[in-house]
Design a protein around this ligand. Structure first.
Ligand code: C2E
Ligand code: CA
Ligand code: CA
Ligand code: CA
Length: 278
């Protein structure tokens, strides 16, 4: 059955009922998920295009729900933000990912860890203090930590955001603008922000092999980013054709299924070992 008819009314379908049941279950269970140890982090490698080496990994959260199975962050992060549960969840992510990065370093793989920071987390007054605590606890050199802030967050309240970012920068951590291109800002506007890299959203990479328009747009972004001295990251690289265009255009870093999907910690560790032995 169709969800929407031609009139102004909406039919309530069994699919919609199921979705609602799922959502309310997720909400009810989210609270216990931390205590029950149901969250896990996956890690996806980022490659330096010139050298072909893994230089960073992005931590991506998953929820291993006892009945629903692996729940994607797109499904529960918005709920976690609404309920402010993103604050304890975000702390868990920071602490776990920082510890994991230290493990890579101890084993001879000195790569960076990139962690997604929600706007709610970022707005907390003690955000920098918490990050400093976890860095101290794991004894991780701050230059190996990169925080990903979405472009939308960065643009929401420029002055206070810039102040916060400067505070984080003074800890010695790196800042990346995530989902770049989706917030309708210009790169020159971002010049005021203490940012070292921009991650160009997958939607701008997706069609570069078939659309001249998209290719030109990406090239313009890369040229501007280079002028501003940002390291440029292409998200969602899935084909070698895309990679060779990105290489020609001088993009610095690539991330995507072409190299690896996000992997659980032990698989990622094996992946690093294989990469290093090559
Ligand atoms: P994001 O930060 O833009 O992360 C990139 C997403 O693209 C990830 O989805 C990743 O698995 C996916 N991806 C990577 N390479 C490819 C590719 O080649 N093709 C395609 N189609 N997709 C690719 P994921 O893991 O489902 O995460 C979705 C979003 O959830 C993230 O988008 C981020 O906004 C949020 N998220 C994930 N983990 C965290 C976290 O620990 N904290 C917060 N606040 N948000 C998180
Ligand atoms: Ca990200
Ligand atoms: Ca992104
Ligand atoms: Ca994205």
């Amino acid at each position: 059955s169709k969800a929407r008819g031609s009139g102004n009314y909406t039919f309530f379908t069994p699919e919609m009922a199921n979705a609602l049941v799922r959502q309310s279950r997720i909400e009810a269970n989210l609270r216990n998920a931390i205590n029950q140890g149901q969250f896990i982090l996956y890690y996806q490698p980022l490659f330096d295009i010139k050298t072909g080496k893994v230089i960073k990994a992005e931590a991506l959260i998953r929820w291993n729900h006892p009945e629903l199975g692996l729940v994607s962050p797109n499904e529960f992060i918005p709920l976690a933000e609404d309920t402010k549960l993103i604050i304890p969840i975000g702390k868990w992510v920071l602490r776990t990912a920082i510890k994991e990065a230290k493990k890579w370093h101890i084993n001879g793989y000195p790569i960076k860890i990139s962690i997604n920071i929600s706007s709610i987390q970022f707005q907390q007054n003690n955000c920098a203090q918490i990050i400093q605590e976890f860095l101290d606890e794991a004894k991780l050199d701050p230059q190996y930590l990169e925080l990903e802030i979405t472009e939308r967050v960065a643009l929401a309240n420029p002055d206070s955001i810039i102040r916060k970012l400067n505070k984080l920068r003074s800890l010695g951590v790196q800042i990346a603008i995530d989902d770049f291109g989706t917030g309708y800002s210009s790169l020159s506007y971002l010049k005021k922000y203490p940012v070292q890299s921009v991650k160009i959203d997958r939607s701008f990479i997706q069609d570069i092999t078939t659309s001249t328009c998209d290719r030109n747009m990406l090239e313009a972004m890369l040229i501007m980013a280079k002028n501003l001295d940002y390291s440029t990251v292409a998200e969602g690289v899935e084909t070698s054709e895309q990679l060779s265009l990105l290489t020609q255009m001088g993009c610095d870093v690539a991330q995507g299924y072409l190299f690896s999907k996000p992997l659980p910690d032990d698989h990622f560790f094996d992946f690093l070992r294989r990469m290093l032995e090559k």
